[in-house]
Design a protein around this ligand. Structure first.
Ligand code: HEC
Length: 211
């Protein structure tokens, strides 16, 4: 047999065995988001993600001057768009965060804090394919500016205070029901009956919702 056909045969055999292994993995519940990626898979995925971010992007530094107001902007944006998965404190301990595979990491920890500003910005703008992390970039200078504010806020996560957490809870998205309750409370305090005519669906709360 010629060498080339031997190589083709071996290659086909490898593909065949690979297909059987992937098939067996899928049958064993491999696509369920209930199982978390194993250690090897997690390390490999992180490595691949890092390689997939262009070097120039890794090396970018935050061009936006860091002020208290910009940090507040990033905080408000995070509470509104990110906390549903990442939690206001960045721990990832939310109902949605716990249900994802891979799970959002605890961003207060070294693994995230050791990423460069450029890498954080790139991930926020482009998301991470095959994970729950969406791309937030809008392709506009305003969008980029907002992402840099978020980078500044992610850096602040390890130092977040209880007061800031309380402020963020007030900035988390509210359901129609929560708006109605607040409106009722406001009217009650103003001396009214507190009753409103708006009827909203019954309150739907889960333990461990965003803190
Ligand atoms: C629908 C859920 C979801 C939302 C909403 C979300 N993320 Fe994520 N995020 C994830 C997941 C899952 C990962 C882990 C990705 C991975 O494993 O590579 C992640 C990863 C990240 C990372 C990389 C951290 C690290 O160490 O790997 C950053 C930074 C980040 N998110 C920032 C944000 C910001 C800022 C927002 C809001 C603008 C946001 N995320 C909104 C799910 C979400």
């Amino acid at each position: 047999m010629r060498l080339l056909s031997k190589i083709i045969l071996v290659a086909l055999a490898i593909v065949g065995v690979g297909a059987v292994i992937i098939g067996a993995w899928l049958m064993a519940g491999g696509i369920s988001a209930r199982s978390e990626p194993g250690r090897v898979e997690a390390v490999l995925a992180r490595r691949l993600r890092s390689l997939a971010i262009p070097r120039a992007a890794h090396e970018r530094t935050n061009p936006v001057e860091q002020t208290g107001q910009r940090l507040r902007d990033g905080m408000a944006h995070f509470a509104d768009h990110c906390a549903v998965c990442h939690g206001n404190d960045g721990s990832g301990e939310t109902e949605m965060g716990r249900g994802l595979s891979p799970r959002p990491p605890d961003m207060r920890k070294d693994a995230t804090q050791a990423l460069s500003d450029g890498a954080l910005f790139y991930i926020i703008e482009n998301g991470v394919r095959l994970t729950g992390m969406p791309a937030w970039g809008t392709g506009t200078p305003e969008g980029e500016q907002a992402s840099w504010h978020l980078v500044q806020f992610v850096r602040h996560l390890p130092k977040l205070t209880e007061d800031e957490l309380r402020d963020m809870s007030a900035m988390n998205p509210k359901s129609a029901d929560e708006w109605r309750e607040e409106e009722e409370a406001r009217r009650f305090l103003e001396g009214g009956t507190g009753a409103t005519t708006i009827s909203a669906p019954t309150r739907h709360k889960h333990p461990g919702d965003i803190r």
